[in-house]
Design a protein. Sequence first.
Length: 256
Amino acid sequence: MEITDEQLLRLVTGYVWPFVRVSAFFIALPIISSGIVPTYIKAGLAILVSFLVAPVIPVQPVIDPFSLLGLIVTVQQVIIGLALGFMIKLVFSALETGGYLIGQSMGLGFAQMNDPANGITVPVVSQFYTVLATLTFLIMNGHLIMLEVLVNSFTVMPINITGLGADGIWQLIKWSSWIFTGAVIIALPAVGALLLVNIAFGVMMRAAPQLNIFTIGFPISLMLGLAFIMLTLPVFSNQFMYILDNTIIAATNLLK
């Protein structure tokens, strides 16, 4: 039994390019891409998913990975994987922004804590919403849904020298505005209620100028802010799933 160079090349590229797309996807995907997940686990997951996906994807063109066309194909797979993971990361960025808006409104904007996943400091309220969203994402099998989108991407956008193109990248850039839309969806109930509280403080200040509004206003704003967060928690899962559903639809349209 003889193995030709073309057969060997097809076998190698049949696993290499799916591995490139899957690895780029895991680099940008929240939770898995966090710093608290060891690198060998990320690499192991990428290798495992690639070996499971490679036998079921459409037939790939035989292109030398060390040629110019092979370099173009590799870059396209990296862009596709990063784009899919980046769109999900925008969902968590929207929650962080929404938590920041709520924290600023209730006077907790100065309260920062370390985020071990990203290696930065974020407001406490943002970290609370991020943890809550992570648990909701896992409970709703969001990670499995995104793996399904990734696997389907090999059928919708097969491995070739063509990829997202300028239109796809521009669509991804426009979708980044969803950070502010999602932040408003999450923060609007609490921020709206706190705005009414601040208006009431303004009326009190005009009616009784001798009151030290800063002394009595901060603890009241803090307590009411925590109360509003607690009251809006029952609808948080619906808001988060609405944002996530729109993101999955946008990711599917991006591939098409």
